[in-house]
Structures are given as structure tokens and as C-alpha cells.
Design a protein around this ligand. Structure first.
Ligand SMILES: Cc1cc2nc3c(=O)[nH]c(=O)nc-3n(C[C@H](O)[C@H](O)[C@H](O)COP(=O)(O)O)c2cc1C
Length: 356
């Protein structure tokens, strides 16, 4: 795969931006374990929201390896341009525009994937943000869906418009806005877009195993792959896909020892980043993602873990659990491969909460 941007990347495997998930500790962990690139959670374009705790955390890129890619979302071209400049001033080396998020909260104000319905607004936003990016010599990328609905697929037209305006790379999630996260992602549109433009195209949607990764690359001829949900609880997936694409052979999952260390390091980093109260609450989802595929989501240990009083307790419990696990020889550490089953059936509601 050729490198999609003018940065030296370890590979062309991208961690997908996921609001409420891809915080700095998680991005750093995925990159250590093989992701060549990681996009931050979306930052609001509305300046009124820039000083909240959440936004301040999202603007924190301390210790992150280049390139620092920041995603912005909104519907007002001038505000989006301002948001791009604000983030560039705080270290963003790539600006990514979100036209892929189906959350009602985002779509109600015609942002995220709702923008796909209004091509003239798409043009205005891309032009306004591109002007700022070009002035700062920062590449602009676009993440989007195949269209507003299955019957309104304008992925090709949006790709051509974006290329014309000066967008440097496209990431296409093979679903329409109306599909939410239902059904299977379709890769034919991604293949058509790849054929139609000269700028790099990254394929996204339902890439959950090394074999699927290879299949999607063959089918679309994309310049890279973006992986979201399959990395939850399984940050090792990046090196596993990398190994498979390079050698055609499967790489073994992490040993219990390595998983033990990875989880504890992740927790430490997570707690440092969020502090005691938010740290304890936000670590829970990661712990569930890591552990429930192995011990089952109803295991009493998970319940205990979800009800701990402090980050210290959470940390000690996980440590003790791994120690006793090793002694019992009862379980193997096999992270999840098919994460969709861990989501509530109504994913859009889940999304609303995370994007809030
Ligand atoms: C919890 C969650 C939050 C997400 N947040 C964002 C976001 O902030 N911006 C965005 O462009 N896409 C967002 N997405 C979409 C993902 O980036 C990705 O396009 C989608 O999950 C499909 O990839 P996957 O099948 O590998 O998960 C989110 C997805 C999930 C599950």
C-alpha cells in the first residue's frame, strides 16, 4: 500500500474516530500495538463548547506521535473554518471533517452524515475549511458515508467534489446514513470511489479480522483500512492484520502475561488522563470490552468491577484477577473478533450518549 498522506506511517491501518472511545490514551495504545494512524474523537465546531472539560481533554495531544489528526463536526462553514484554525493552533497536523456520524443530535443540526443531503453546503464547508488548511499547509481529509439513504447514494459525486476542492484523502464507511449500523457494510461503492478519484481512499466498515481486511483490500483496492469497533477490547488487532497482510499468516493473540500488562498500563494512563471520578466511570466500558468475550458478560467478576468505589480498587481487582487467572489455567486470552454483539440493539441511542 502506498502511503496516503505525506507522513511516514508504520502502515495504512487506521483507528476510526469514535466519540467517547478514541481518547488520547486509547489512540496511543492502538498506535503502540500496530495502528499506523489514529484520528481523534470529533471536536465540536461551536466555540461555546471549546472550554468544557470534555473539549479540553479532546484538545490534549501530549505525547502523541505524529501525525496528529483531529476530526471536526458541524454545519456552519465559518464556524468549521474557525474550529479548524483553533485545532491547528493547538497541534493538529491533519484536519478531518466528519460527514459520517448518523447521531440524531448531530444530524438534527444538519451536521455529520446529514450534510450528504445538501451538496451545496458540503461544498461551502469543504471550501471554507480547505482555505484555512491550505493557509497553514495542513492536509484536509473527509470521512463520510455512501449517502443519505440506500437510494440516495452520492458517494461518487461527493468524492469528486472533495478532490476538486483540494481534500487530500477520503475515508468511506460503506453504509448510508439511514443504515445506521444495521446490516453489512458494502464495499462496491468504496471500490467505485477508489476508481473515480486520484486522492487516497480508505475503506471502513465491519473489518473485524485479518482475513476480512485482506478481502476488503482486494475488493476495493483501497489505500488503507479503517477499523473501529473491532479494536474495542482488542487493540492487538492492528498488529494481527499488519502481520497477515505482510505474511499471509495469522499472528497469535497476546499471551495472558502481555494482556495483563497492557490492561494495567491502559488503566493507569486512562486514570491519569481522566482523574478519579470520570476515570472510574469511563474505564468500565473498556474493561467490559476486554473481559466479557473471555469470561462472559454476566460473570460476577465483571459486576464487581462495575461497582468498584475507586480507580485504585478497579486497578487492584484487574491485577488480582489476572494473577488468579494465570494460576487457574482456566482461560486463554482470546480477545473479541466480532464486537457488534456487544452493542445495544439501538446503537443510535448509544451513539447519542457518547457524542453528547
Ligand atoms: C461508539 C462510536 C462512536 C463513533 N464516533 C464517531 C465520530 O466521532 N466520528 C466519526 O466520523 N465516526 C464515528 N463513529 C463511526 C466510526 O468511525 C466508523 O465509521 C464505524 O464504526 C464503522 O467502522 P467499524 O465497522 O470498523 O466500527 C463512531 C462509531 C462508534 C461505534
Amino acid at each position: 500500500m502506498k502511503s496516503p498522506l505525506s507522513f511516514n506511517l508504520r502502515n495504512n491501518l487506521f483507528l476510526a474516530p469514535m466519540a467517547g472511545v478514541t481518547d488520547r490514551p486509547w489512540r496511543q495504545l492502538c498506535r503502540q500495538l500496530g495502528a499506523g494512524y489514529a484520528v481523534s474523537e470529533m471536536a465540536a465546531s461551536n466555540p461555546m463548547l471549546w472550554l468544557t472539560d470534555k473539549s479540553t481533554r479532546r484538545l490534549n495531544h501530549d505525547g502523541e506521535v505524529a501525525p496528529i489528526a483531529v476530526q471536526i463536526a458541524g454545519s456552519d462553514p465559518a464556524m468549521m473554518a474557525q474550529a479548524a484554525q483553533f485545532n491547528i493552533d493547538r497541534g493538529a497536523q491533519i484536519i478531518d471533517i466528519n460527514m459520517g456520524c448518523p447521531a440524531k443530535k448531530v444530524c438534527a443540526v444538519a451536521a455529520g452524515s446529514a450534510l450528504l443531503k445538501n451538496e451545496s453546503l458540503v461544498i461551502q464547508i469543504l471550501e471554507a475549511v480547505h482555505q484555512v488548511c491550505a493557509h497553514n499547509q495542513v492536509p484536509l481529509t473527509l470521512k463520510y458515508r455512501t449517502g443519505w439513504s440506500l437510494n440516495e447514494n452520492n458517494a461518487l459525486r461527493i468524492a469528486q467534489l472533495a478532490q476538486q476542492i483540494g481534500v487530500s484523502m477520503l475515508t468511506l464507511h460503506g453504509r448510508s446514513r439511514a443504515c445506521g449500523f444495521g446490516g453489512q457494510a458494502e464495499y462496491n461503492t468504496i471500490a467505485q470511489v477508489k476508481q473515480a478519484v486520484k486522492i487516497p481512499v480508505i475503506a471502513n466498515g465491519d473489518i473485524t479480522t485479518p482475513e476480512i481486511a485482506q478481502h476488503v483490500l482486494n475488493l476495493t483496492q483501497a489505500d488503507g483500512l479503517m477499523i473501529g469497533r473491532a479494536a474495542q477490547g482488542n487493540p492487538w488487532i492492528f498488529r494481527e492484520i499488519e502481520h497477515f497482510l505482510q505474511t499471509g499468516k495469522k499472528r497469535a493473540p497476546p499471551t495472558l502475561e502481555e494482556a495483563h500488562h497492557t490492561l494495567l498500563n491502559h488503566l493507569e494512563d486512562h486514570f491519569r488522563f481522566y482523574g478519579e471520578h470520570t476515570g472510574k466511570l469511563t474505564a468500565r466500558k473498556h474493561l467490559k470490552w476486554y473481559l466479557s468475550p473471555i469470561i462472559g458478560c454476566k460473570h460476577s467478576f465483571l459486576e464487581q468491577l462495575m461497582n468498584t468505589e475507586s480507580t485504585r480498587c478497579q486497578f487492584k481487582l484487574v491485577d488480582a484477577f489476572f494473577n488468579s487467572w494465570r494460576n487457574s489455567g482456566q482461560y486463554e486470552f482470546k480477545p473479541q473478533q466480532h464486537p457488534s454483539s456487544f452493542f445495544p440493539t439501538n446503537l443510535t441511542t448509544h451513539f447519542e450518549t457518547l457524542a453528547a
